[in-house]
Design a binder for this molecule. Structure first.
Ligand code: ADP
Ligand code: MG
Length: 600
C-alpha cells in the first residue's frame, strides 16, 4: 500500500486555518468582510478576552438560506465567484470561500442566519470542524456568527496568542481600518461588555475620520483627490508634523480593501521625502481605486497584500496624488506667512505656522525657491544639508544626524542678537558668520530636555485651579492608558467619570502652557492603538507645549525674550536638532557669504 493519502476535509480546513486565521483579529476581519459583502448597514462586533474566548459578529445583511448556510461551511464554497475568469474582476471583499470552514475548524462555532423574506432562520453549530447541529430558529434577518474558544483544539496555536490587551489592540486596529473604508455602515465594537468604538453611519470618509480621530485632527488633514485614466486616489493626508514613529498611522486601501503594502507605503513616503525625519511616518488615509483587472488580490491568504499589473503606474499615481495635496497646502500657508509676517496679525492655526517653520516648503517638488544668479555658495556644511541635491535650497526638514556645536562656541547668549526674521528665526552675529535659530524648534528642544530631566525628580507644579479636559471615548481610553507615563513626568491627572479628566499638577517644564489644551492635543495627535513609548510621548508633549507657548513660530519676540531663550538653549547639553529631528540652528559662514559676493 502506498504512503500517500488524501487528507480528510476537516484536516485540510485546519491547515487552511493556519494561514487564514492568524489571530482573533483575523476572525474579526473575515466575518466583518462577509457582512460588508452581504450588504449590511449595521455591523456589531463583540469580543471577550481579546477574542480568545469569544468573537461575535452580527449584521443586518442579506442572510443565507438553510442550504446556503450549510454550503458556506464547505471548503471553497462561495457565492462571490463562479469561474476562474471572475478572479480578474473581484469587487467583493471575499472570494476564496475559505474563511468560514477554516474558522469553524479551530473553534466552537455558531451561525444563526435568516434571509429577509424567509419566515424563519437557521442555526448551525460546529465544533472543531464537525457539524453538531442544524436547526430552524426564529431570528432577525441577517447573520450572527459566534466564535468561541479559538484554537481550543490546536494547543500549539493557542500558545502563540499574545496577551488579551495585545490581541484587543489588533482587533481594534482591524475594526478601525474596516470602519474607515465603509462610512455608509454603522459600526459598534464591544469589548468585555463595554462599547469601545461606535460610529454611526455617515456619508463620507471625511465624516468618518472626524468620528474616529476627532475634529481637531481631521481639520489639519489635507484632502487628496487625484483622478487619472488608470484609477483614482482619494483620501486625507496629514501635515508633516503629524508624524509618527511607526507605520501604524498609514491607512491604505485598494478598492476599499485595507492593505499593508510595501509598494504603496513606499509611494507615500516618497511624496513626503524630505518633509519627515528618517524613521518617521506620516498620518495618511488613502484610497486607491483601480479597475479590478489591474490588481491581483489573490496573492495572500488573508488578502492583506496585493499585486499590481503595472506597479510603476501605481507608485507614480499615489506619489503624485499625495505630493500635490502637500504642495498646494504648503503654498497656501507660505503665501499667508508672507503677508502676516509683521507679527501684528497672527496666523490662526499654530500648526500652519509650524509647518512653515519646519522648512517644509523647501522640499516641495517643482517649486524651487527664489535664488540669486551666479554659482551657489559651495559647501554650506550642515549635517542635514550634506545630502541635499540642491545646495542652496532652504533647509529640508530631514536631518540625518545632529550637528556639532559651532567651532569656538561659547554659548549662543554670548553672541550679538541682530534681530528676528519673519517672526520665526533669531538672527545672531557669530565671529565667523551668521547664525539663524529656529525659535520654535529651540523652544521645543528646551521643553523636551526639561521634561526628560524632570522625570527622575518628578518636578511638578500644582495648579491653583485644577483644569478639566473632556475627551471622546476613544481618546479618553488612550489617555487612561498613558496616565502612569504622564505621572512619571510630573503630571497629576485622574479620570473623573465619562471622558473627563482633572489635572491637578503639570511638569514644571510646561508651566505657562494651557494644561487642558496640551493634554487634548497630545491625545489627538497620537493615533496609535497600543501604549505609546515614553520617548514619543515626551516628544509629543514638548511639541505641544511649544506650540501653545509664546515662543512658537510666527510670534514677535522682545530682545529680552530672545536673550532668555538663548541662555536656556545654552544650558542644554547641546543637541542641534529639535526632538523631532529638525535642525535648531543654521550657520552661514562669512567665507560662504564672501564667496557668494565674489569677494574671495
Ligand atoms: P468568501 O467570503 O470568500 O466567499 P467565506 O467562507 O467567508 O468565503 O463565506 C462563504 C460564503 O458564505 C460567502 O460566499 C457568502 O455567500 C456566505 N456568507 C458568509 N458570511 C455571510 C454573511 N454574514 N451574510 C451572508 N452571507 C454570508
Ligand atoms: Mg469571506
Amino acid at each position: 500500500m502506498g504512503k500517500i493519502r488524501v487528507l480528510p476535509d476537516h484536516v485540510c480546513n485546519q491547515i487552511a486555518a493556519g494561514e487564514v486565521v492568524e489571530r482573533p483579529a483575523a476572525v474579526v476581519k473575515e466575518l466583518v468582510e462577509n457582512s460588508v459583502d452581504a450588504g449590511a448597514t449595521r455591523i456589531h462586533v463583540s469580543v471577550h478576552k481579546g477574542g480568545r474566548s469569544l468573537v461575535g459578529v452580527v449584521d443586518d445583511g442579506e442572510g443565507m438560506s438553510p442550504d446556503d448556510a450549510l454550503l458556506a461551511l464547505e471548503r471553497h464554497a462561495t457565492s462571490k465567484i463562479v469561474t476562474a475568469e471572475d478572479l480578474m474582476g473581484i469587487r467583493s471583499m471575499g472570494f476564496r470561500g475559505e474563511a468560514l470552514p477554516s474558522i469553524a475548524a479551530v473553534s466552537r462555532f455558531e451561525m444563526v442566519t435568516r434571509e429577509k423574506d424567509a419566515v424563519s432562520g437557521t442555526r448551525i453549530v460546529v465544533e472543531g470542524g464537525l457539524v453538531r447541529s442544524v436547526e430552524e430558529v426564529g431570528c432577525p434577518p441577517g447573520t450572527r456568527i459566534t466564535v468561541r474558544d479559538l484554537f481550543y483544539n490546536v494547543p500549539a496555536r493557542r500558545k502563540f496568542l499574545r496577551s488579551a490587551d495585545t490581541e484587543t489592540a489588533h482587533i481594534s486596529e482591524m475594526f478601525l481600518r474596516l470602519a474607515l473604508a465603509h462610512p455608509e455602515i454603522s459600526w459598534q465594537l464591544v469589548h468585555d461588555n463595554r462599547t469601545v468604538r461606535e460610529f454611526s453611519k455617515t456619508v463620507s470618509v471625511q465624516d468618518r475620520v472626524i468620528q474616529v480621530f476627532g475634529a481637531s485632527v481631521a481639520k489639519t488633514l489635507l484632502a487628496v483627490d487625484h483622478p487619472t485614466p488608470h484609477g483614482t486616489v482619494t483620501g486625507l493626508v496629514g501635515p508633516p508634523e503629524l508624524q509618527r514613529a511607526n507605520p501604524r498611522s498609514l491607512f491604505l486601501f485598494v478598492n476599499k480593501r485595507p492593505v499593508k503594502d510595501s509598494l504603496l507605503t513606499h509611494a507615500v513616503l516618497t511624496a513626503y521625502e524630505t518633509l519627515l525625519p528618517k524613521g518617521s511616518y506620516p498620518f495618511v488615509i488613502l484610497f486607491l481605486d483601480v479597475p479590478p483587472r489591474l490588481v491581483d488580490v489573490n496573492v495572500h491568504p488573508t488578502k492583506r497584500e496585493v499585486r499590481f499589473r503595472d506597479p510603476t503606474l501605481v507608485v507614480d499615481m499615489v506619489r503624485e496624488a499625495v505630493a500635490r495635496a502637500l504642495t498646494e497646502a504648503m503654498k497656501a500657508s507660505w503665501n499667508r506667512s508672507f503677508f502676516v509676517s509683521s507679527g501684528a496679525e497672527r496666523l490662526g492655526d499654530p500648526r500652519a505656522v509650524f509647518q512653515e517653520a519646519s522648512g517644509a516648503l523647501a522640499a516641495v517638488p517643482g517649486d524651487p525657491p527664489e535664488r540669486a544668479p551666479g554659482p551657489p555658495p559651495a559647501g554650506i556644511q550642515l549635517a542635514w544639508q550634506r545630502e541635499s541635491r540642491e545646495p542652496f535650497a532652504p533647509p529640508p526638514g530631514a536631518p540625518t544626524e545632529p550637528v556639532a556645536a559651532p567651532t569656538g562656541f561659547s554659548g549662543f547668549s554670548s553672541l550679538k542678537i541682530l534681530g528676528q526674521l519673519a517672526c520665526t528665526y533669531i538672527v545672531l552675529e557669530a565671529p565667523d558668520g551668521l547664525i539663524l535659530i529656529d525659535q520654535h524648534a529651540a523652544h521645543e528642544r528646551i521643553c523636551y530636555e526639561r521634561l526628560s530631566l524632570g522625570m527622575g525628580s518628578k518636578a511638578s507644579q500644582r495648579l491653583v485651579r485644577p483644569a478639566v479636559v473632556d475627551l471622546p471615548a476613544l481618546e479618553a481610553d488612550a489617555l487612561k492608558r498613558w496616565i502612569p507615563e504622564l505621572q512619571a513626568v510630573g503630571f497629576d491627572i485622574e479620570p473623573f467619570g465619562g471622558g473627563s479628566f482633572v489635572i491637578h499638577a503639570v511638569p514644571s517644564a510646561l508651566k505657562g502652557a494651557d494644561p487642558a489644551a496640551v493634554i487634548r492635543h497630545v491625545v489627538e495627535t497620537t493615533p496609535g492603538e497600543e501604549r505609546t513609548p515614553r520617548v514619543e510621548l515626551l516628544q509629543n508633549l514638548a511639541h505641544t507645549a511649544a506650540c501653545h507657548s509664546s515662543v512658537r513660530a510666527g510670534q514677535r519676540l522682545s530682545l529680552e525674550e530672545m536673550r532668555h531663550l538663548l541662555s536656556e538653549l545654552d544650558q542644554l547639553h547641546v543637541s542641534a536638532t529639535c526632538p523631532h529631528g529638525r535642525p535648531l540652528w543654521w550657520k552661514i559662514t562669512l567665507e560662504q557669504i564672501q564667496r557668494f559676493f565674489h569677494r574671495s
